[in-house]
Design a protein around this ligand. Structure first.
Ligand code: FE
Length: 182
């Protein structure tokens, strides 16, 4: 078990937490080289939630808080089946918050129809609302997107999106909840 605490380049103290990250030394070096994590420490076997200002839940607590499907995605990095999620076809307005911790992640204004079967956005609400990590699982090199506040896995980001950013944040519906405009 590792806990990684880092400072983002724009100075906001950011905690990256996960009960079972298995980052290799080369991944950690990559994070350092890309200055994604500055001044960070990796502690082995620390209790999940130590020294954090973000929601501190043990794996058992997450299991209680989330549905089994949400737990598999947010805490175990699973992916929902394409075209299965409740927000894939959503075209209304509002803000999408993290299903794990309630942090505001994406504005529905930035949502577009990517045809992939997953809700897709051109940008997060705020640069700091999501964290991006290299992901070499399944024989692919992708960039994983997670909630900055609770470390929950959200999906991946690709560089084949439309304007204005050219990015496609491909996010699991199950990791999100819609907060409709008041
Ligand atoms: Fe979260």
């Amino acid at each position: 078990m590792y806990q990684v605490i880092g400072t983002l380049p724009f100075g906001k103290q950011q905690n990256f937490v996960e009960g079972d990250y298995k980052w290799s030394p080369s991944t950690i070096n990559w994070l350092r080289s890309q200055q994604i994590l500055l001044n960070f420490t990796v502690g082995k076997g620390k209790r999940f939630g130590d020294n954090m200002d973000s929601p501190a839940c043990s794996n058992d607590e997450w299991k209680e808080k989330l549905t089994p499907e949400q737990y598999a995605i947010l805490r175990k990095k699973a992916t929902e089946a394409p075209f299965s999620g409740k927000y894939n076809e959503f075209h209304g307005s509002g803000r999408f918050i993290c299903a794990g911790c309630g942090a505001e992640l994406f504005d529905a204004e930035t949502k577009f129809d990517s045809g992939t079967g997953w809700p897709s956005f051109t940008s997060p609400i705020d640069k700091g609302s999501v964290a991006e990590n290299p992901d070499k699982s399944l024989g692919m090199t992708r960039i994983e997107v997670e909630c900055s506040k609770c470390g929950g896995h959200l999906g991946h980001v690709f560089d084949d999106g439309p304007g204005p950013t050219g990015l496609r944040y491909c996010i699991n519906s199950m990791a999100l909840e819609l907060k409709p405009d008041q």
